[in-house]
Design a protein around this ligand. Structure first.
Ligand code: ZN
Length: 211
């Protein structure tokens, strides 16, 4: 993907997509490709094998690929031991590395759920924790018009926008959201790029909600 230099005087945002890859990821990638912009995909480990071709395409296009656990449990519930949590994260990172050749640098906890145990495990595994500042609520409404409004009602500079590459309605919404962000002069960047441009050095075990 051809990438333009970023202009510090213009606003910036990072689109993030969780829970994939799925059949809907392809159309989101097509839209990103059409407008020559990247996003960040937080991938569920047990979907990596089946979706390896999609993940490889996303990575080769210049998108960032992050870790979203292996089975998508709430990692703050007592049902998992620290060793089981580590396995959720390590297995996913290894699976992603086997597809992209790169060990993921960012982690998003399922449901955005974080506690002290998870933070200390992420510190040990060298993973910064990336949550969001704008929830599109696509998982709840499954309606492209509402997803669009949810994003633009709360849009702000250096936003991290949460959606899921898991719904047809999200792929529909992105065909309008992405060109509209561009027409508002928003520069779309990956999470790591957003942090870099914000002067934030990502630290393992620390939660980030925006750039
Ligand atoms: Zn999720």
């Amino acid at each position: 993907m051809k990438r333009c230099d970023h202009c510090p005087s213009k606003p910036m945002a990072a689109l993030t997509f969780d829970d994939g890859p799925s059949v809907h990821t392809v159309r989101i990638l097509d839209t990103l490709e059409k407008y020559c912009v990247p996003a960040t995909f937080f991938v569920v480990g047990n979907r990596v094998e089946e979706g390896s071709g999609i993940i490889k395409r996303a990575f080769d296009m210049g998108n960032e690929i992050g870790n979203h656990s292996w089975t998508h449990p709430n990692l703050t519930l007592n049902s998992l031991t620290p060793d089981e949590i580590k396995k959720e994260l390590n297995d996913t990172s290894s699976a992603l590395q086997s597809v992209t050749g790169v060990y993921p640098k960012v982690f998003r906890p399922p449901y955005g759920a974080v506690n002290e145990t998870l933070k200390s495990i992420c510190t040990e595994l060298n993973l910064p924790i990336i949550n969001w500042s704008i929830d599109s609520f696509d998982w709840e409404c499954k309606n492209a018009d509402i997803i669009y409004k949810n994003i633009f009602n709360k849009l702000h500079n250096h936003a991290i926008i949460l959606s899921h590459d898991f719904y047809d309605s999200t792929a529909d919404a992105m065909e309008r959201v992405i060109p509209e962000l561009i027409s508002r002069e928003y520069q779309l960047v990956t999470v790591s790029e957003l942090m870099q441009h914000s002067g934030v050095i990502l630290e393992a075990g620390v939660v980030y909600n925006n750039g």
